[in-house]
Design a binder for this molecule. Structure first.
Ligand code: SF4
Ligand code: SF4
Length: 361
């Protein structure tokens, strides 16, 4: 029987056993060759992304997802456009693909079925992160699009999950009131999630647990001086808050350690702490820190720092209580397993099956 190569690769990529091998394979010269030679969509599902999710930026621009927030050619319209949903339906996208999907226009078989609405509300923030991609520390504006977002939500039909982000939503009373009011008007099974730095007072816990089903917390540095230098905040406040949230166990807590040149060597300290708490997710997330550093110094400074840190990361993994991670269904996602020397053999021989994964953006 003759197989079309593209079909064959699709069948292979759907096979769960082979999926374990794919993260390694995508760095393989064969995969690079396939991508270069116009079989680019082999591993991505073709879909009308804008019929499944939407991202509304703080300035009101609407995109098919948050990954393309800085691509002007992917802008569908403005949340304040009276006909915004017609624009979504009629959107003819330019070429775009990520590790899961390749976008195409809506066809007659597609229905609007939203599993995600990601809303960036006010950019007001109490942090001054040195790598803030939305320039929140410089933001002096006023967010006035709450009513427009409500109008859009009312037109979208059932939405499985609403993610809110800023700025820092947890310090924005108006945004919290807005989320609380839409929560009351939507079906009870709508999942509410917030992306946060979690640097807020413990007295806020009840309110946050009532409003959200999950929280994604980014932590940049794990020594007080580093955290304060990069984020301008006090680390112990975040730690207390996160520990209390996890201890209460009322909402899912996803922790994300952001790797920058100043924080890379502190990831094992974060990991030790996070592993002891066993939240829903522990992510080691790269901000492309290698762009900030010069790896070609005479003494191979960064190679040594990376090597030593990775050794410590593996030590923490090998010393952790795996049964606690299993009980809590904790998943550890690492941005580049190959860099850490974590392969199928490491995972199997140390009983990390289903716990350690490559980060899936
Ligand atoms: S292809 Fe991926 S990155 Fe592009 S719009 Fe769809 S989900 Fe977003
Ligand atoms: S917490 Fe987020 S929004 Fe606030 S300054 Fe840092 S990166 Fe920017």
């Amino acid at each position: 029987m003759a197989y079309d190569l593209r079909e064959l690769l699709k069948i292979i990529s759907r096979n769960s056993g082979i999926r374990d091998f794919l993260p390694g394979f995508i760095k393989d010269p064969l995969y690079v060759w396939i991508k270069k030679h116009s079989l680019k969509n082999v591993f991505q599902e073709s879909r009308a992304c804008h019929c499944n999710e939407l991202f509304v930026k703080s300035n009101g621009e609407v995109y098919p997802c948050c990954r393309v927030w800085n691509r002007k050619d992917m802008k569908i319209g403005f949340v304040s456009d009276k006909n915004i949903l017609d624009k979504v339906i009629a959107f003819v996208p330019p070429k775009c693909l990520c590790n899961k999907y390749s976008i195409r226009a809506k066809n007659s078989n597609d229905t609007l079925k939203y599993n995600l609405l990601n809303i960036e509300l006010s950019l007001e923030c109490q942090a001054v992160c040195a790598m803030c991609c939305v320039d929140a520390p410089m933001w002096k504006g006023k967010y006035e699009l709450y009513d427009d977002v409500i109008r859009l939500i009312n037109k979208m039909g059932k939405i499985d999950k609403i993610v809110s982000q800023g700025g820092e939503i947890l310090i924005q009373k108006k945004s919290l009131d807005f989320l609380s009011s839409i929560k009351q008007s939507l079906p009870r099974d709508t999942h509410f999630s917030v992306i946060s730095n979690a640097n807020v007072d413990l007295t806020r816990i009840d309110e946050i647990e009532r409003l959200f089903d999950s929280i994604d917390i980014s932590i940049v540095g794990f020594q007080p001086e580093t955290y304060s230098k990069v984020m301008g905040l006090k680390l112990d406040r975040t730690i207390q808050f996160v520990e209390k949230l996890i201890k209460n166990g009322k909402i899912s807590v996803n922790t994300r350690f952001i790797l920058t040149p100043l924080t890379f060597h502190e990831q094992d300290m974060f990991l030790k702490w996070a592993l002891s708490l066993a939240p829903k997710t522990i992510i080691l997330y790269d901000t492309n820190f290698r762009l900030y550093i010069n790896k070609n110094t005479r003494y191979k400074f960064w190679d040594k720092i990376i090597e030593r840190t990775i050794l410590n990361v593996k030590k923490e993994l090998l010393n952790c209580d795996i049964s606690k991670l299993r009980r809590n269904n904790t998943v550890i996602e690492i941005y580049d397993l190959a860099l850490y020397g974590i392969n199928t053999e490491f995972i199997h021989s140390n009983s990390f099956e289903g716990i350690i994964k490559e980060f899936d953006a």
